[in-house]
Design a protein around this ligand. Structure first.
Ligand code: NAD
Length: 515
């Protein structure tokens, strides 16, 4: 397919070059500064979600590769954790600069591999660079903590120290943004890294490793092991030289990882699934609420952890508002992710498409009213054939909160609209879920907005807005959506140990035993 000579400013030659590179060069592990195949020589294919043809291959890592990477990270930790903060900052800023330099290649690669539309992916690549630039600043100041003078007799102080190698396990929906968001604070605070990206979108992680190499990061500070969750991921969670594990993924994976990590008493950060509600009250600016709720579920192909997949609307405006959502959903441009006009691209994998279609069937069986979509999309908005890819029509149901399609994370462009009577009813329905990642409230009544922000069981609440991430603020969920907060200084709590030091300013009385 050729949409234009330059796709959103990216020359066609770059796109062809990325395709060729993926075909010709498998994505390897990166251990102690070297790109390596698996000892077994085994690789696995990654599919182009737009065609389901093989895009390229990645090395299939397991216990051996994880062991080598963990040892390399452990060894490098001895030096990196003592490297001056100013110097770590310099490396991080260099990486940020190099991500910007390679932005087009990274964006095209992520777009082809994850099926995310180019306009979204470009913003994510910029965010990946920002993650490094942001934490570069922290590198110099983050280790400051409190002092506790006690009268004139004692001085206690608290110190932050790096912990060791961090195992970073990431999902397939936004590989580059989600991995850099963890790698950057880990490196800034003096830890070293072993990254295990998701098997359905492995490629940008290997490109990122090239960037670390170009930045001359000392060998072993950043390591990458490609492979499957049950093999490379599980080996990383079990490795005794990796004391910290951060996992972004499904809630069920979180449970398995928590059990496995418990055997080694590891510190865990879990960023898991969501079923976030958007509450729309009759007094809201309905045009803006419409923009936000449509964007929050259908952008990112619906594969967004903070998607507002439950739309709770006040009864008086329910039919009218939902009719407008339906009109928008029908008009969304489904197409190839490289097409600059595309709004929704293909789902990551045929298995995932089947899973999402399975939920459409469940919704119909449960008696939900299907207003829009629910089928594979076979023609793009330009009329091209999409039948070989994992495309789904943006889908809208009307139903009730007890239904499975309201309670389970679908992770696709499927929205369920549910009416509510008043604030209490809205709150009850919003909180009636095992998840608690984000919540969105649309109302002009500020008292109600703030009261709801307090009462909603969610790690993040957005008032009259879609999800706009501000890096210093805490990110994370409650209930089955996770247990930690990352972002800004909150990341410090995860990536460092807090140590208390006591110094008497005059000799304290010491009881004399055995005298
Ligand atoms: P997943 O849980 O299937 O996989 C996530 C990662 O875990 C992958 O790298 C996988 O290989 C690995 N893994 C699987 N089993 C493992 C095991 N036993 N031990 C160690 N690692 C293992 O998730 P996914 O399908 O890749 O991603 C979608 C999910 O991620 C959704 O539930 C979504 O909500 C969630 N997500 C959450 C956030 C957040 O910040 N809360 C952000 C993005 C995505």
């Amino acid at each position: 397919m050729r949409y234009a000579d330059a796709v959103a400013g990216i020359p066609w030659e770059t796109i062809e070059a990325v395709r060729r590179r993926l075909q010709e060069k498998p994505a390897l592990h990166f251990i102690k500064g070297e790109f390596l195949p698996s000892e077994s020589g085994e690789t696995f294919p990654s599919l182009d979600p737009a065609s389901n043809e093989v895009l390229g291959h990645a090395a299939r890592g397991g216990e051996r590769e994880v062991d080598r990477a963990a040892r390399a990270a452990h060894e490098a930790f001895a030096t990196w954790s003592r490297t001056k903060a100013k110097e770590r900052k310099r490396y991080l800023l260099k990486v940020a600069e190099l991500i910007e330099k390679h932005a087009d290649e990274l964006a095209v690669m992520e777009c082809l591999d994850a099926g995310q539309v180019l306009r979204i992916v470009r913003a994510q690549v910029a965010r990946a660079a920002e993650n490094f630039a942001f934490y570069a600043e922290y590198a110099e100041h983050a280790m400051e903590d409190r002092t506790y003078p006690v009268d004139r007799d004692w001085l206690y102080y608290a110190l932050r120290v790096p912990v060791g190698p961090v195992g970073i396990i990431t999902p397939w929906n936004a590989p580059l943004m989600l991995s850099t968001w963890r790698i950057a604070p880990a490196l800034a605070f003096g830890d070293t890294v072993v990254l295990k990206p998701a098997e359905w979108s492995p490629f940008t992680a290997s490109k990122l490793a090239e960037i670390f190499q170009e930045a001359d990061l000392p060998p072993g500070v950043f390591n990458l092991v490609q492979g499957f969750g049950e093999e490379a991921g599980a080996a990383l969670v079990a490795h005794p030289l990796v004391p910290l594990i951060t996992l972004t993924g499904e809630t069920e994976t979180g449970k398995v990882v928590m059990q496995n990590a418990a055997r080694h008493l590891k510190r865990l950060s879990l960023e898991l699934g969501g079923k976030s509600p958007a509450l729309v009250f009759a007094d809201a600016d309905l045009e803006r609420a419409l923009d936000a709720v449509v964007f929050q579920i259908y952008s990112f192909n619906g594969e967004r952890c903070t998607a507002s997949s439950r739309l709770l609307v006040e009864e008086g405006i329910f039919e009218e508002f939902v009719a407008k959502v339906a009109e928008r959903a029908r008009a969304i441009r489904v197409g190839h992710p490289l097409d600059p006009e595309t709004e929704v691209g293909p789902l990551i994998h045929p298995e995932h498409l089947e899973r999402v279609l399975g939920y459409v069937r469940v919704g119909l069986e449960e008696g939900a009213r299907l207003l829009v979509g629910g089928r594979r999309a076979t023609r793009s908005f330009r009329g091209e054939d999409l039948s070989q890819g994992n495309y789904l029509e943006p889908t809208l149901f009307v139903g009730e909160n007890h239904m499975r399609i309201a309670q389970e994370e679908i992770f696709g462009p499927v929205l369920l609209a549910i009416p509510f009577k008043d604030k209490e009813d809205a709150l009850r329905k919003a909180n009636d879920t095992k998840y608690g990642l984000a919540a969105y409230v649309f109302t002009k009544d500020l008292e109600r907005a703030h009261r709801l922000a307090l009462e909603l069981e969610a790690g993040m609440v957005y008032l009259n807005s879609h999800n706009v991430r501000h890096l210093p603020t805490p990110f994370g969920g409650v209930k089955a959506s996770g247990d930690r907060r990352e972002g800004g200084f909150y990341a410090l709590e995860f990536y460092t140990d807090l140590k208390s030091v006591a110094l008497p300013l005059r000799p304290p009385h010491i009881p004399r035993f055995g005298k």
